[in-house]
Design a protein around this ligand. Structure first.
Ligand SMILES: *Cc1c(COP(=O)(O)O)cnc(C)c1O
Length: 400
């Protein structure tokens, strides 16, 4: 079974480019050029240099001794939380800002929900002196004030969107409208492996540095270059796609995807897209999404803002449908407990998104000799308010 994108931009029955006609020139320019640019020596040398000296790569692969003892297996954490700006998202924005430079674009637009992608986009725009406009639902602007401040300090213009539910979907619509109006000078930096072809493939390639490094690092530490289990959380799916990439066709590796169940898969307050989603078109690609019988998109819910997305990248829809990835839906409470455990066992406070991947360790039952890699997608600084509130950290009865 193939997991590379085909020439039409499909992974199995998912993907493609379902876009308004007015967006066609923009997408065509990208599609015609991205592979040549990204595979060129001049692009690769700039990309590799920035990943190393700016983002801080390679990120360590850390043998988590106390978590391993706890679960009776061998657990390694891929430390994407140690990247500049605190998560894997910078890998993608570095790639896309360099691509925009090669295409001689002068202006960057981005959409953001929780603000993490907006900050990563604003960061690389400051780095390269590009104009940066970030569309953000008005409700999210209110909810994510610290990230809005960061984006502004970095020099980005944050435009609140008041249509619809005033969240990510509405921000995305507004970004697309902007792009239609500025086809020549503007590049749209999408923040995950979503959107019309070629975005899912392009973003996957930028993030695939994660699995490239895991192979080398596992070889050094375990004398073989693959794990038995590879665990990642899936919002849109970019950190998972990057961690999986070099193992997609390797059946020795069990790919474990953690989705956000919110209050429970059947509760109506969930973001477990691959489990309860049905095929449909969102943000320009055919994928699994949460929709009602009339095709209206249902508002997702998760305690973690980065997993709170009604669709999933087409690669992940295909990994789920084909059975290549094993999916677990993790509730808010399970994620919180896993975050707490990782913090007390390893001294690493993970992002709430990442905590969903860690919670999957409760479900998979690995053997004592098995090698388990968890992609630690980001750090928990941004989530401290929720952690303190939910875990009653002022009580000292929570000692290990
Ligand atoms: C944004 C984010 C995610 C979810 O996005 P993916 O595209 O699914 O990776 C996961 N973890 C962290 C830390 C994030 O910031």
């Amino acid at each position: 079974m193939g997991f590379e994108v085909d020439s039409g931009g499909f992974y199995g029955e998912y993907g493609g480019a379902y876009i308004p006609e007015m967006l066609y020139p923009n997408i065509k320019e990208l599609e015609d050029n991205y592979m040549n640019i990204v595979s060129s020596d001049s692009f690769q040398s700039k990309f590799r240099l920035l990943l190393r000296d700016y983002a801080g790569r390679p990120t360590p692969l850390f043998r988590a001794e106390r978590l391993s003892d706890h679960y009776g297996t061998q657990i390694f954490l891929k430390r994407e939380d140690l990247n500049h700006t605190g998560a894997h998202k910078i890998n993608n924005t570095i790639g896309q800002i360099l691509l925009a430079g090669h295409l001689e674009k002068k202006r960057i637009i981005a959409e953001t929900g929780a603000g993490q992608h907006g900050v990563a986009a604003a960061t690389v725009c400051a780095l390269t002196g590009m104009e940066c406009i970030v569309y953000m639902g008005a409700l999210d602007v209110e909810r994510q004030a610290p990230n809005v401040k960061k984006m502004k300090m970095l020099g980005a213009k944050v435009i609140p969107v008041y249509s619809g539910n005033k969240t990510l979907k509405d921000a995305t619509n507004e970004a697309i409208r902007d792009w239609i109006n500025h086809p020549v000078d503007t590049h749209y930096i999408i923040g995950s492996v979503v959107g019309p072809h070629p975005y899912p493939d392009m973003v996957t390639r930028f993030q695939s540095v994660i699995s490239e490094e895991i192979r080398i690092q596992l070889m050094e530490k375990t004398n073989r270059n693959y794990p038995d289990y590879l665990v990642a959380c899936v919002g849109g799916g970019s950190n998972a796609a990057g961690a999986y990439y070099h193992y997609l066709e390797d059946d020795r590796v069990r790919l474990i995807s953690a989705e956000a169940a919110g209050l429970g898969v059947g509760s109506g307050k969930t973001a477990a897209t691959s489990l309860i989603g049905t095929p449909g078109i969102i943000h320009g690609s055919r994928t699994l999404l949460m929709q009602d019988d009339d095709g209206q998109i249902e508002e997702p819910y998760s305690i973690s803002a980065g997993l709170d997305y009604p669709g999933v990248g087409p690669l992940h829809a295909w990994l789920a449908k084909s059975g290549r990835a094993i999916l677990y839906a993790i509730t808010d409470d399970e994620a919180l407990q896993a975050a707490f455990l990782c913090t007390r066992k390893e001294g690493i406070i993970p992002a709430l998104e990442t905590a969903h991947a860690l919670a999957a360790l409760e479900k998979i039952n690995p053997g004592a000799e098995d090698v388990v890699v968890v992609n630690l997608s980001g750090r928990g600084d941004k989530d401290m308010e929720i952690y303190i509130d939910k875990l009653n950290l002022s009580d000292d009865d929570k000692q290990d």
